[in-house]
Unconditional design. Structure first.
Length: 125
C-alpha cells in the first residue's frame, strides 16, 4: 500500500471479539466506513501482544473473551487516551462503575449502532 494513498490516512481500529460472525460483521462495517481494521483478535493475549507494535486510533472490545475479562485492556486503552467501545452481554450494573460511561453497548448489537458510537467518539478525539 502506497503511503500517499488515501487509505493510508484512514483511522486504524483494533477489533477484539471472540464471536467470529460479529467480528467479521464489525470488520466489514469498519472498512465500509473508511477505517482500517487491526485484527480482529479473538484472544486478549493476541491483542495485548499486537497493540504495542502498531498505532491504533480506536478499539472495539468485547468484554468477555472465552471467559477472560478484558477490563485490563480497556484500562490500557484509557491510559493512552485511545477511544474504545466495550461491547458486552453484561448488564451495566454488573460492571465496575468506571465502565458505565456511555462507551459501552449491550449485545446483541448491530454493526450500525457500533459504527455510530465509534464515529461519535472519534469526532470528540
Amino acid at each position: 500500500m502506497d503511503s500517499a494513498s488515501p487509505v493510508a490516512e484512514w483511522p486504524r481500529i483494533l477489533v477484539l471479539e471472540d464471536e467470529y460472525h460479529l467480528a467479521a460483521e464489525m470488520s466489514e462495517a469498519l472498512t465500509a466506513h473508511h477505517f482500517l481494521v487491526a485484527g480482529p483478535y479473538g484472544l486478549l493475549s493476541a491483542a495485548l501482544f499486537a497493540e504495542p507494535e502498531m498505532k491504533i486510533d480506536g478499539a472495539i472490545v468485547d468484554l468477555n473473551l472465552h471467559g477472560e475479562l478484558a477490563y485490563e485492556f480497556a484500562d490500557y486503552l484509557d491510559q493512552r487516551d485511545i477511544p474504545r467501545i466495550i461491547v458486552t452481554g453484561y448488564c451495566s450494573n454488573a460492571m465496575p462503575e468506571r465502565y458505565r460511561d456511555g462507551r459501552c453497548l449491550r449485545k446483541p448489537v448491530g454493526a450500525d449502532a457500533i459504527m455510530a458510537k465509534l464515529m461519535s467518539l472519534m469526532m470528540v478525539h
